[in-house]
Ligand binder design. Structure first.
Ligand SMILES: Nc1nc2c(c(=O)[nH]1)N[C@H]1C(S)=C(S)[C@@H](COP(=O)(O)O)O[C@H]1N2
Ligand SMILES: [Mo]
Length: 346
């Protein structure tokens, strides 16, 4: 299996959907999503500066960060643009099919340990994360770094980590070496890679990737101008693959489902355009931030062409629309995926 190339510069590549039938996505198959060229940093010279509205600004080495209490968690990372290609006509943005999603085991320290060391001012409203990758949005515009903020209350949650390991190994260069942020349950834009500076802010951050990008406009489930945050409930079919040819015999349909608003409570499949839905066998939610795998045995009634649909429900009662969800930048489209299957007599 390989990652599927989407764009070369900057590097954007999808996880093959077949990999979602495994509990953990193997590191070489983890999708890569970049806005700029990938920076190559050395842990020896790298430092994390923490300043702004704090009592004691700090500069930490990687060893300093790794000396803090650490946790290993299984997490879904999904790009907010995942599924954009299914919106017709596709809105502007990286043309992602369905593979901008991975499930990995990350090791890091809750951010609040670092914030406790610097002493956050009572006037703080946000925490800003500035990365080492930089570039121009247009040939005539200034060079900017990738940077995103979190509300101060979010930054203090146990589910926000400074992460240095992926699947038990140091972060690969493409995934943020030596240190990245991980915000469980939020779309991937929040998981700032190649962290170089953390600033505690007394005013909300107005940078491009905060105020202009990653905003819902014209979305029927979000307020106008609402920031993109929690991952919308989604289920994807890992096998069969789209266009598969199968025999006229029982077929095990496998996939995974996840949500940023609660664990998955049910997955249903349809092979007849939504006329009938069948409940899949669902893995229990033993890792609350990971995906849950499911399977369903389909008995094709006769030879022919079929389209398989899967939809998930989460503990908050949310589910997926059968049609693609439109908004101006194509974020959070959790409309059901269609997988075409040809059933042959033999
Ligand atoms: N510094 C930096 N961090 C970043 C990005 C980026 O371009 N630069 N892309 C973000 C987006 S949109 C996503 S979906 C995830 C992808 O993480 P991955 O490439 O490790 O899968 O990283 C996020 N963090
Ligand atoms: Mo993303």
């Amino acid at each position: 299996m390989f990652r599927k190339p989407i764009t070369a510069e900057p590097l954007n590549e999808e996880t093959p959907l077949a990999a979602l039938s495994q509990a953990i996505t193997p590191t070489p198959l983890v999708y890569a999503r970049n806005h700029f060229a990938i920076p190559h940093l050395s842990a020896d010279t790298w430092r994390l500066r923490i300043g702004g509205a704090v009592a004691h600004p700090l500069t930490l080495t990687l060893a300093d960060v790794q000396a803090l209490p650490n946790v290993t968690q299984r997490v879904v990372l999904e790009c907010a643009g995942n599924g954009r290609l299914a919106i017709q006509p596709p809105p502007p943005g990286t043309p992602w099919g369905w593979g901008a999603i991975s499930v990995t085991e990350v090791t890091g320290t809750p951010l609040r340990h670092v914030l406790a060391q610097v002493g956050v001012a009572e006037t703080a409203v946000e925490v800003l994360f500035i990365a080492a990758d930089k570039g121009q949005l247009e040939p005539t515009t200034p060079t900017i770094a990738y940077a995103r903020s979190l509300p101060i209350a979010t930054a203090m949650l146990d589910e926000v980590w400074l992460v240095w390991a992926l699947n038990g190994e140091p972060l690969p260069t493409a995934h943020g070496y030596p240190l990245r942020l991980m915000v469980a349950g939020w779309y991937g834009m929040a998981a700032v890679k190649w962290l170089s500076e953390i600033q505690v802010l007394e005013e909300p951050f107005g940078g491009f990737f905060q105020r202009d990008d990653y905003i819902y406009r014209g979305d029927d489930e979000a307020a106008e101008g609402e920031p993109v945050r929690h991952i919308r409930v989604r289920s994807l079919i890992a096998s069969p693959s789209d266009g598969a040819q199968v025999g006229l015999e029982p077929l095990i349909v496998r996939g995974a489902a996840w949500s940023g608003d609660g664990v998955i409570t049910r997955v249903e499949l349809s092979a007849d355009g939504g006329q009938s839905w069948h409940t899949a066998e669902l893995e229990p939610a033993t890792h609350p931030h990971a995906a849950q795998r499911w399977q369903w045995v389909w008995f094709p009634p006769r030879a022919g062409q079929y389209t398989l649909w899967a939809r998930a429900w989460d503990a908050s009662g949310r589910t997926q629309p059968t049609a693609a969800r439109w908004n101006a930048q194509g974020y959070g489209n959790n409309g059901v995926q269609s997988v075409r299957v040809v059933v042959n007599e033999q």
